[in-house]
Design a protein around this ligand. Structure first.
Ligand code: C2E
Ligand code: MG
Ligand code: MG
Length: 632
């Protein structure tokens, strides 16, 4: 467009352009001034932070000093510094100024938010914590989160006179970010200093130790007395088979496992819950304000679920589980009594096989099994010749011949009568007793096999399955000792099968494949016992030299019910087929089940219907009336 020099349009346009230029210059000028101001603020803050770093203040004092500095530099009306609590759910307030604030603040939902969130308190947007409601004089607030350091800042001002939320420029964000990061580092250093000299903190995990847990529980249950509808609940958590990790991988790995489990446990805490480490592999969670049944079970289930993913320690993956006992901190019980109740419940969960939880019940205190007494009785059981082996035959479903005998341990207790392994083996496992009993079983099998052979030459072909516990199997030198015992007893290794539970072999991954290859080279077959209970991965199942899968009797019990139960069993049988493994169904109790098993193509079965476990002295006579098949 062209203008004559004195046209109105020319002057109007010139005016507009000039005014536009002026505005841009103004805003650029403003921007430049802001940048200069921010740079000054940042350098003043950083100088302050570095001075504080060498001052060795406590975490709270540090936070107060920094907030004080920001207060002046940013012309704030109010502000607060929060720290994500490493031991409790939620955040604790380290310092605040300008408005009353609660001791702790529920910012837990904010963890999923971006690092910096700003909001206009006046508009009361959803997601703004209730503490903002208290800041009546303050229209503009900025929430700043740094998930890496677990630090949060709340800054409030009334200075801007617009009604809009504060707009944070990139420079502002960078400034806040650097401040939070540096402050976070200084505060963690301060906390580490405080913890290492704190007799109530476990030095390794930084969690409250047993003393602090008890003190906290005492305090919580006193407060809870005022609220009858809700209770404080204690969850007692013990890592299943932790001793084996230490034995197999050493204490350094053991410590890393404890740390990794600590992290998983922290992830399930609610604000206000306290997590403590009360023993080497034992933790407690004190959870106030709970409905005992549902709420506590929910936490226990979340813990179990959080451990379904493997723990990665260096290049290794560990599948670990925990046993959890749940007890209410009853108003008339002391903290120690509540902890003991939860501990009893935890033992009950362990006795049920671990990887589960149990609620405390009065009956756990009943005279019943006096665990300590039973344990010391068991130490004497071998010398007093109270142990014996029963043998249960395994049959071929194609030929009905007996293909093997499973050796089952019995303890003839002088007072309690005959006990089966689930009633006492948990006391023996994880200690030298488990290994002594394991050795005794192998020696006894060798003796019995020789006795049957001397009674009848055809008995020389019968195979025996021996149950091997995890402690035994992973013990150094186990295979060479087994080989020696068989050689000394003149037993062909081809006649021996080891039954090792699915959990030991596949799930826990502590088992070295080389052990299984060694066994195969010796001619000893390996059977995967209780198959179906550990949800092991197909890939691992395929990769290990295992000959036979023994399907757990819980699946067999339901096989004749049809529907999804028999579909599951069918799937297991066809899986075994595809992997070229033989299959034994355990616990066949009636002919309907047996019929189903045959139809599905199961190779072998064992169960009360076919033959009950019998004393060694009865086996010779029993085999005399049976067809015995060799080498299966
Ligand atoms: P398992 O290896 O799965 O052994 C099978 C269990 O099922 C035996 O229980 C057996 O008596 C029982 N059983 C067999 N047929 C039936 C049936 O038709 N119905 C029902 N309800 N049960 C049936 P038992 O003898 O009480 O042994 C339990 C577990 O103790 C064994 O389970 C095994 O894991 C362990 N165990 C047994 N002997 C030893 C041993 O010498 N050393 C070790 N470490 N563990 C052993
Ligand atoms: Mg078995
Ligand atoms: Mg079994």
């Amino acid at each position: 467009m062209s203008y004559t020099d004195n046209s109105d349009a020319y002057y109007r346009d010139l005016c507009e352009r000039l005014s536009h230029q002026l505005q841009t210059t103004n805003s650029r000028h403003r921007q430049a001034l802001q940048d200069v101001h921010r740079a000054k603020v940042v350098s003043a803050l950083m100088r302050k932070l570095f001075r504080l770093k060498s001052a060795r203040y406590s975490a709270r004092k540090l936070a107060e000093r920094v907030l004080d500095a920001m207060y002046g530099l940013l012309s704030l009306e109010c502000g607060a510094v929060y720290m994500k609590s490493p031991t409790q759910g939620g955040y604790k307030t380290l310092a605040f100024m300008g408005f009353p604030i609660e001791e702790s603040c529920d910012l837990s939902r904010k963890t999923a938010m971006p690092e910096f969130v700003f909001a206009d308190a006046g508009k009361n947007k959803p997601g703004i914590s209730r503490s903002l409601g208290m800041m009546t004089n303050c229209r503009h607030t900025i929430w700043c989160f740094n998930p890496a350091t677990g630090l949060a800042l709340l800054l409030g001002s009334n200075h801007h006179n617009t009604n809009e939320a504060w707009e944070l420029s990139r420079g502002d964000r960078d400034m806040l970010h650097s401040t939070l990061e540096l402050l976070g580092n200084i505060i963690s250093e301060a906390e580490a200093r405080e913890e290492s000299s704190n007799p109530l903190i476990d030095a390794m995990t930084g969690l409250p130790n047993r003393h602090m847990v008890i003190e906290h529980l005492e305090r919580e249950s006193r407060q809870q007395n005022r609220n009858y509808a809700l209770s404080t609940v204690v969850l007692y958590i013990d890592i299943d088979r932790f001793k084996l990790i230490n034995q197999q991988h050493g204490h350094v790995v053991g410590d890393k496992v404890i740390m990794a489990i600590t992290q998983r446990l922290k992830s399930v805490l609610r604000p206000g819950d306290l997590l403590g480490r009360i023993g080497v592999d034992e933790f407690a969670i004190i959870a106030p304000g709970m409905r005992v049944g549902n709420d506590a079970i929910f936490i226990a289930e979340r813990i179990l679920k959080s451990l379904r993913q493997p723990l990665r320690i260096g290049a290794q993956s560990f599948y670990l589980a925990v046993s959890i006992g749940i007890a209410e901190a009853a108003p008339d019980s002391s903290a120690i009594e509540s902890l003991r109740d939860a501990n009893l419940a935890m033992f009950s969960a362990k006795t049920n096989g671990g990887a589960t939880f149990a609620m405390y019940g009065q009956e756990m205190h009943q005279p019943g099994p006096d665990v300590l007494q039973l344990e010391s009785d068991l130490r004497l059981a071998i010398d007093r010749e109270e142990l014996s082996l029963y043998y249960q035959p395994i049959f071929s479903l194609h030929s009905n011949a007996v293909v093997a005998l499973e050796a089952l341990l019995r303890w003839h207790h002088p007072v309690r009568g005959t006990l089966n392994p689930p009633e006492f083996m948990h006391l023996a496992d994880n200690s030298e007793m488990g290994l002594l009993i394991g050795d005794w079983v192998i020696d006894k099998v060798v003796r019995d096999m020789n006795i049957w052979a001397s009674e009848n030459a055809t008995n020389k072909s019968i195979s025996v399955c021996i149950n091997i516990s995890e402690t035994q199997f992973v013990q150094k030198g186990f295979i060479s000792r087994l080989g020696r015992k068989l050689r000394d007893g003149k037993i062909d290794p081809q006649r021996i099968r080891l039954e090792i539970s699915e959990h030991t072999l596949l799930d826990c991954r502590m088992v070295d494949k080389q052990l299984l290859i060694k066994l195969r080279d010796m001619g000893i077959k390996v059977m995967l016992d209780d198959f179906g209970t550990a949800y092991s991965s197909l890939q691992r199942l395929q990769s290990l030299p295992i000959d036979t899968l023994k399907i757990d009797r819980n699946f067999v019990a339901k096989v004749a019910m049809g529907g999804q139960h028999s579909a599951l069993m069918k799937a297991m049988v066809s899986l075994a087929r595809n992997l070229d493994k033989q299959i034994v169904a355990e616990g066949a109790e009636n002919s309907a089940q047996l019929q189903e098993l045959k139809q599905m193509g199961c190779d072998y079965a064992q169960g009360f219907l076919l033959a009950k476990p019998m004393a060694a002295s009865k086996i010779g006579g029993f085999l005399g009336n049976q067809e015995v098949a060799m080498g299966r």
